[in-house]
Design a protein around this ligand. Structure first.
Ligand code: MN
Length: 288
């Protein structure tokens, strides 16, 4: 099991100086840094190579997260939007492959954050997303990338809210590199039992996010970490565990994540680093 952290813990925008965060993650002792895939398409060959080399030099594995834009939604009823989604995903996957990234997770089957002022067509979106992902999966497989479909809570998406729904979807896509992704924050809202949800995912679990119920770092809340660790050991999970804390207000990150109060107690960057370090030790102990 490898442990990581999502760079946006320290950032207010869905982009950042990844060279800086790779070094920081390595200094703290993480194995993995997860980055946002959205802006990777804007990076030139030199920038991509610098990030790849920095990760290698610091013994950091990179993974990617994505919340697709509404106008690039693979499940949209609008053929032009699906077409834009296909093109965008192919470019993104090609670029992350240049960073040796082989895991991308998130709401790949939809868009994020969802605009609930619009009508919801769960069945239609589900069917269109499955058809698109069957094709995209083969493209990703050629690049050595696993597509990990994140189950989200009802306030953020409507297609996959539980591990059971996620598993059925992944099985319908039916591609070995399309896997399920769970996140303790979302499971806390939707699942009857977090342990059972992890066991439901079983061998289909391809990526795992952690965080407390209010998105503080693991170990500072009431999430059932012992139950989660037991379930992960039961299914023999040996892939990435990436903590995804959000504790600061402001910027697009604060707004998209709905952080309306400072959950860090006014922490300085050094104190944020220390909290991440404590959470890493806690996670290795509880989940490994
Ligand atoms: Mn997540």
């Amino acid at each position: 099991m490898k442990h990581g952290i999502y760079y946006a813990y320290w950032e207010q925008e869905w982009d950042g100086d990844y060279l800086y965060y790779i070094k920081k993650a390595a200094d703290i002792g993480f194995d993995i840094l997860e980055i946002a895939a959205q802006h990777i398409t804007a990076y030139n060959r030199v920038q991509l190579n610098d990030i790849k080399k920095c990760a290698e030099d610091n013994d950091i594995i990179l993974t990617a997260g994505i919340g697709p834009a509404e106008d690039e939604n693979l499940s949209s009823a609008d053929e032009n939007i699906r077409k834009a989604g296909r093109a965008s995903f192919r470019e993104t996957l090609l670029n992350i492959s240049k960073l040796n990234i082989n895991i991308i997770g998130g709401a790949l089957y939809s868009y994020w954050p969802v605009d609930y002022s619009k009508p919801v067509d769960k069945e239609g979106d589900r069917a269109r997303g499955i058809a698109e992902l069957k094709v995209l999966a083969d493209y990703a497989a050629d690049l050595g990338i696993d597509l990990c479909l994140e189950v989200l809570n009802r306030f953020e998406n409507y297609i996959l809210n539980t591990a059971e729904e996620g598993l059925a979807y992944v099985k319908e896509v039916g591609k070995p590199n399309v896997k399920l992704m769970l996140d303790t924050f979302h499971m806390n809202i939707e699942e009857d039992s977090i342990g059972s949800a992890i066991r439901t995912a079983g061998k289909y679990l391809g990526h795992f996010h952690t965080g407390e119920c209010n998105r503080k770092v693991p170990g500072r809340g009431r999430t059932p970490w012992a139950e989660i660790g037991e379930a992960l050991r039961d299914i023999g999970y040996d892939r990435a565990v990436v903590m995804e804390p959000f504790v600061k207000t402001g910027g697009t990150v604060g707004s998209d994540i709905k952080v309306w109060r400072d959950l860090s107690n006014g922490a300085t960057e050094a104190e944020m680093d220390k909290a991440a370090s404590d959470a890493l030790m806690f996670s290795r102990y509880m989940l490994g």
